[in-house]
Design a protein around this ligand. Structure first.
Ligand SMILES: Nc1nc2c(c(=O)[nH]1)N[C@H]1C(S)=C(S)[C@@H](COP(=O)(O)O)O[C@H]1N2
Ligand SMILES: [Mo]
Length: 324
């Protein structure tokens, strides 16, 4: 990825992928509940010869019908949230990249349209309303197979993403941000001319391009990100020592430093780095993670990583190092 492509990817793409994957799982659950209980009900109304349907427990059918309605209605907010989480993909251009991609999208269209159809006809059925020219029962029954079939195909297509995201943690802060607004998501462009600035109380302020940073001595450290919310992941980080940058710019050894992100808004867009941390050789402005260029989600082009700091202070998308 080069700096000019980052702007499009800055909106926490991976985070929304995580959210989409998790919502997908819940949608899978609600669809399955609705589908299975729906079949149950259908076969109860039209019992095939092989069906053994005991008279007890008295409330079993009632219970499965309740589940059916709950499963169906639960899909509404889930589906809306899911559509929201993936909405940039719905408007992607070109709409079809290949025949396979076209088939995938058609499948999603069937899934969404079919789900809405089930929901509307189901809800109208509860109200005994049948303002359409076809029979509710047959339409609702057969559409269920279409929707569930499309769902299975969709899940198979997306399985890699589901697996990648299922057990990862979506931070509540990110969640809140996703739920509240896209506009405030700190969408910032990183132009081709990305510059890392070292400013403030230094002898020689610096402005370094991405390539300049790569030409500086690179160091590799193993450090965890330990989020205040309880999860932690240890990674191998490679980049420039913050100490090297600051000392070569002529910062005083007891200076306080503020690292600022390209992000325009958000509670974690900057963090303070005090002398014990910035002078530590383990503290890096990292360019790489586990041997690979940072992804947009992990702070491309540059992120701070320092020992023994909560995750909230491991500032991503660093733009400026201010010495005070
Ligand atoms: N600019 C910026 N940096 C940030 C954040 C942020 O919201 N904005 N979140 C922080 C939090 S709370 C954590 S736990 C880590 C997560 O880093 P990761 O996304 O690479 O796992 O980044 C930190 N750096
Ligand atoms: Mo965090």
């Amino acid at each position: 990825m080069n700096p000019s492509t980052i702007s499009a990817r800055f909106t926490s793409r991976l985070r929304s992928e995580q959210v989409a994957a998790k919502l997908g799982v819940w949608l899978g659950v609600s669809f399955t509940v609705a589908f299975v209980t729906g079949l149950f009900s259908h076969f109860m109304q039209h019992p095939p010869a092989w069906l053994l349907w005991p008279s007890r427990p008295v409330n079993l059918y009632r219970f499965t019908q309740g589940l059916h309605v709950i499963g169906g209605i639960a899909t509404v907010p889930l589906l809306l949230a899911k559509l929201w989480a993936v909405h940039p993909k719905l408007w992607q251009w070109p709409p079809f990249r290949s025949a396979g991609h076209a088939a995938e999208r058609l499948c999603v269209l069937l899934l969404v349209a079919g789900a809405l159809f089930q929901l509307v006809t189901g809800a109208l059925n509860i109200a005994y309303l049948y303002p359409y020219p076809f029979g509710f029962l047959q339409a609702h029954y057969w559409t269920a197979y279409v929707v569930y079939g499309a769902l299975l195909i969709h899940v198979a297509n997306e399985w890699a993403k589901v697996r990648r995201n299922l057990w990862t943690h979506v931070e509540s802060q990110e969640r809140r941000r996703l739920l509240l607004t896209v506009a405030a998501a700190g969408v910032t462009t990183v132009p081709d001319g990305y510059r890392l600035l070292v400013t403030g109380a230094v002898r020689t302020p610096a402005s370094l391009g991405y390539a300049d940073l790569l030409r500086l001595p690179q160091h590799t450290v193993r450090l965890p990100i330990a989020c205040v919310e309880g999860w932690s992941v240890e990674c191998e980080w490679t980049g420039v020592r913050l100490r090297d940058l600051l000392l070569s710019a002529g910062a005083s050894p007891d200076a306080f430093v503020v690292v600022e992100s390209l992000e325009r808004a958000g509670g974690y867009r900057s963090s303070e780095v005090r002398p014990p941390h910035w002078s530590d050789p383990l503290t890096l402005l990292a360019l790489r993670i586990n041997g690979e260029t940072l992804s947009a989600d992990h702070g491309f082009p540059v992120r701070l990583i320092a020992p023994n700091r909560p995750g909230v202070l491991q500032t991503k998308w660093v733009k400026e190092v201010k010495v005070t």
